[in-house]
Unconditional design. Sequence first.
Length: 378
Amino acid sequence: MSESTPSFAAGLEGVIACKTRLSHVDGEAGKLVFNGHNAITLAENNTIEEVWFLLREGRLPTAEEHSAFRARVETLGQLSPQEVRLVARLKGGEPLSAFRTAISAIAKNRNFKPWLNRDLKEVDNEVLALCSAAPAVVEVLRTGRKPIRKLRNAGYAERYLWGVTGKKPSADNLHAVETYLILTMDHGLNASTFASRVTASTGADVGAAITSGVGTLSGPLHGGAPGPVLDMFDAVGSVDNARPWADAQLAAGRRLMGFGHRIYRTDDPRSLCLKRVAEKQNGPRIELAKAVESQILAALADRQKARATTLNKPVRTLRVNVEFWTAVVLEHVGIPRELFSSTFCTSRIIGWGEHVREQIADNKLYRPLSQYTGSMPE
Ligand SMILES: CC(C)(COP(=O)(O)OP(=O)(O)OC[C@H]1O[C@@H](n2cnc3c(N)ncnc32)[C@H](O)[C@@H]1OP(=O)(O)O)[C@@H](O)C(=O)NCCC(=O)NCCS
């Protein structure tokens, strides 16, 4: 390799691929920032529309701006009767495949065109309208019918929870879900956000960019873990079984869902926040969840210590990630486990939309290099 050849980084680990003002993940310090604000404080105190406005405008809204933006998102979030029929036909099967296809179908139905050389205000409206529709899309995919009537002025989080549970949520449940939806709205250049930006960078329509995000998020290494976390609780069954179960899984070379993170080297602040929410809920899972968390962390620490000795080098300390406590919180509010990943999408779609807008505003086509490992012709 010549000195000028850039070095290869598996999984683009450690590579800075774009600039963003939207969010910053400090994996060493365990901090998450949304556009100049502590994301945990926002999640605990603000509405999803306030934080969405912050991502769009770079500042929190005034009271009037907040209610105007909330009303705009509510109006834009409605599906036409034709779109309801289109989405209802996708009911059944794997929820994220259906969600991905529904987002793509709506964009096609609205005749979205490549953004290049178009009025960017129009493109911006397309992004906001598509992202605003996520709660209705998940509801129609679940019921196969048009969304049930909700109170006027119900916010994004309330419409989502109402739609997937079929009843008006209690204030506590709404706060728990709104906290979750804000916490996971954006998270630096994670795989699905990167995928959305890559697609947008080609000038493709914004529906294609958002659809790329959904497809990428659907993998268990990214957004598919919270459902399997509940399966894990079921498999463990009792507090006493947590450690033997974890040791057996690790001995079989399996990954334990809800643990480990590419960026965080200390506790994930979102996870700590959701643990506080779960403790407040104090539901029937809480004791088992706490025991599973500590026993599995101990099992992972022993395994990592043994690997460090064998490999004679430091290895990563694994911590609990956001998906672990997400599972406990979402189950408690009555969201079925097969919809956990759709719930994640309903949050992250806001981040994808804002990243797509940011990419479009200062676009450069993503086109990295590959390292050829084949043979050369004679
Ligand atoms: C999230 C995740 C993909 C991050 O992975 P990463 O930073 O790329 O780290 P790696 O996959 O290189 O893992 C490093 C080592 O730790 C181990 N490890 C990481 N997470 C683990 C887990 N949850 N269970 C068991 N071992 C784990 C890996 O086996 C690997 O060991 P190896 O070098 O012997 O193969 C990974 O931690 C994982 O698979 N977690 C489980 C799925 C999950 O919870 N996803 C939701 C993420 S928010």
